[in-house]
Design a protein around this ligand. Structure first.
Ligand SMILES: Nc1ncnc2c1ncn2[C@@H]1O[C@H](COP(=O)(O)OP(=O)(O)O)[C@@H](O)[C@H]1O
Ligand SMILES: [Mg+2]
Length: 291
């Protein structure tokens, strides 16, 4: 499902001494099935932006169209919108409230008025997507670890089978293994379900690995928008916005400075590893032939 944002402005507490112009003339078109990473320094407007996409915030000015629905129009069907656009908040585990995991995950589908069989199927499917064993179904979510609780919360959104999935810092606060797992699952889900995914993160590494396109927010505006290689080639601009290129990009840059010829668009560890291994193998081949 495509998203079109035009002239979007949002002001918190307008007219008060605490007034904050959090979004300034944001224009964006996101195609159906894109996986977009949204990065930016704390306070740059990422969370404000995505909360507009399922109608939690109403713009101060501007229009938003999702699929064929203009959601900023008076009388737009918010219930329908929230079934199509699934939003996983930052630290979503704080919003678990039911006594069993099953009840928590089935909350959305139940509100959609689905049959019990359909609800069961969706709960199982969603648990499977996030790597939660079905044997947990009747346990209390409060017995789980932080990472597992987060999976329950994400499963609750997936059980609605949204066309657009928006995740606000889904890996924040998890240990490296937990981060890795969540990211891998989101990527797998995207490939399988072919949904549109917006992934908010302040981690360059995470975004570099997962997204096909990166939008950089700065002080309420879209500062950069492009493919990861394009974005990470602008180290200076990123630094001026309080961001940095992925560590591996810095390493590759340093190697290039020392005269090793490497592609400057390497921004994942996997690609760097493969490239360096190939280079070493070629070198050894050549040396083998020479003697
Ligand atoms: N509920 C709120 N009331 C007033 N100001 C807010 C509120 N939420 C966010 N802001 C302000 O709006 C700006 C953008 O915040 P936010 O969208 O949360 O940024 P990000 O998610 O990129 O960290 C910040 O300056 C923040 O302080
Ligand atoms: Mg935020």
């Amino acid at each position: 499902m495509a998203i079109e944002i035009q002239g979007l402005n949002y002001v918190y507490m307008e007219g008060s001494p605490f007034e904050k112009h959090a979004l300034k003339d944001v224009n964006l078109t996101i195609g159906d099935g894109e996986f977009v990473g949204i990065i930016g320094h704390t306070g740059s407007g990422k969370s404000t932006l995505i909360q507009h996409l399922n109608g939690l915030l109403q713009p101060s000015s501007g229009t938003i169209k999702i699929g064929d629905m203009v959601i900023t129009e008076k009388g737009a069907d918010m219930k329908k919108l929230r079934q199509k656009v699934g939003l996983v908040f930052q630290y979503p585990e704080h919003q678990l409230f039911e006594e069993t995991i099953y009840k928590d995950i089935s909350y959305g589908p139940k509100n959609m008025g689905l049959s019990q069989d359909e609800i069961d199927e969706r709960v199982r499917e969603a648990m499977n997507y996030v790597g939660l064993s079905e044997k947990y179904m009747n346990r209390s979510p409060f017995e789980l670890s932080g990472g597992q609780k987060r999976r329950v919360a994400i499963a609750g959104v997936l059980a609605m089978r949204p066309d657009v999935l928006i995740l606000d810092e889904p890996a924040a606060g998890l240990d490296p293994a937990g981060r890795e797992e969540i990211l891998t699952q989101i990527r797998a889900l995207y490939l399988e379900r072919k949904m549109t995914v917006l992934f908010v993160s302040h981690s360059m590494e995470d975004v570099a690995r997962a997204a096909g396109r990166i939008i950089v927010m700065n002080q309420g505006s879209v500062a950069l928008d492009g493919k990861p290689a394009e974005i990470f080639s602008q180290a200076e601009a990123l630094r001026s916005m309080g961001l940095d290129v992925p560590q591996i990009t810095r390493l590759i840059d340093e190697l290039r400075r020392r005269g090793i010829s490497l592609d400057s668009s390497i921004y994942t560890i996997e690609k760097a590893k493969a490239t360096i291994q190939m280079m070493l193998a070629n070198k050894m081949n050549r040396e083998g032939k020479e003697c």
